[in-house]
Design a protein around this ligand. Sequence first.
Ligand code: TEU
Length: 549
Amino acid sequence: MAPESSWWQTAVVYQVYIRSFADGDGDGIGDIKGLAVRLPYLAALGVDAIWINPWYPSPMADAGYDVADYRDIEPAYGTLDEAQALIAEAHGLGIRVILDIVPNHTSDRHAWFRAALEGDPAAAERYHFRPGRGAHGDLPPNDWQSVFGGPAWTRVATGPLKGQWYLHLFAPGQPDLNWDNGEVRDEFEDILAFWFDRGVDGFRIDVAHGLIKAPGLPDGAQADTAQTMLQVEGAHPAWDQDGVHEIYRGWRRVADRYSPERIFIAEAWVPSNERLARYLRPDELHTAFQFDFLRSPWRADALRSVIDDAIGSAASVGAPPTWVLSNHDVTRTVTRFSRSQPEHLIETDWERARWAGEEPDHALGRRRARAAALIQLALPGTAYVYQGEELALEEIEDLPAEVRQDPTWAQSGFTDVGRDGCRIPLPWNDDDRTYGFAADPAAVTWLPQPGHWAQHSVEAQDRDPDSTLNLYRAALKLRPALWRDAGEVKWLDAGAGVAAFERGGAQCWVNTGTESVDLPAGTSVALASWPGVDTVLPPDTAVWLRTAG
Ligand code: TEU
């Protein structure tokens, strides 16, 4: 059993999208060297841990989520020795390191898949190969769609398996593994141990809800495989099958062999917090992203119900709630809050089409994003901060078609622009071509940075006491004393459009309405999301108040 109040139960974890964080060798692609140079920045920001997106060798069919070798480092990012040194350096600064494990699929360049295509029957058993339907087998084996668009099956064109189809819930370069195969199970437990032995503190589990498919791979009879993962329970035979839990019990046994604690965080897009809680039972995973928070429209009542629901379901299995405002798969927070807010939970990427015709008001979005950060960091449990949120970067929505890299763009038949707009290389300074992202200022960054980002760079925000960066720094500094062990959320009666809660000797107020509201007498402002807040809370603003004394 975990000791009381382990670090991961209250941690602030910073998500490093390594490709876009910092480029130490000047090739325009982020890498371990760049991350190592910037570790002191993260330590000064005050985060407890970093989660690094996949850094393994990969043909980059899906930005590294197509892994060719789980026990090595992508050459563009560095070497295994550099990775080990980075883990040690992070630990030296008091920062834990969480890696990203991708168990639902490998790359089509993984040795197993290549062996399968070359005719090794044992290797083929580790994936889902099937004959096609129709008189000539030229129709996919079932009606499942890829999350990125198009059929979830590709037909093998040559070699011993010619004419067979293989399953890929994501890109064709990401064949799904067959988790009913014992060798697959053994291999992943071994991969976990490989990295735990190297000092890694935990894993974020990619598509944790996808590993087990319903027996026989039956038709889903649903138009959209991707959307159904968030809809009614049991809606699709590809997602959230009960058999997946046995896998995580095995993984937990691996983690529990280690000291200090090694932990897991599930990326599981499931239809309800009740289903999510099943991943968090005491002998399974430690935490799981609660994505409803990230999907909440900017409305006090919606935020409040999402928060209550998340806390309640996590508590039902003794897990800490886990708050996310954005990540590398969804429209950046600033932009999400810069347009009209729907009544329903925002469908992240699927909202892109609805937004297309509406001009974003980034100043408004930025103001709301700052307020949302103060809500997130005042709540019990753990908080994930995606790189660039602390700079209030907006989604870059007007990338030229020819630079887009996300497979969603092509697989959707060029109808969904995909996720590149939240993955733009970070601006570190305001005085060179790549804003200090690349060690060589002449480098061409792997995605172009917009012309107006100097003002949002780390250096520019450093100089401005009212910047979002300095707001995050102040919030992370205050959080341990004000909130970390402050106990349960007690809602206060604050009026329409306002959500306010108390925890211990502090309160958090947020105004999502259109009128200013008076703050309660007998309190003092500890931190406000916007300058100048004293006794009145303006619209689109949050505040932390001290009540005691
Ligand atoms: O994402 C899983 C997932 O289903 C969604 O986040 C999906 O990618 C997105 O909504 C589509 O627009 C994980 C990773 O976070 C993502 O980056 C990978 O592409 C995906 O798995 C495949 O490994």
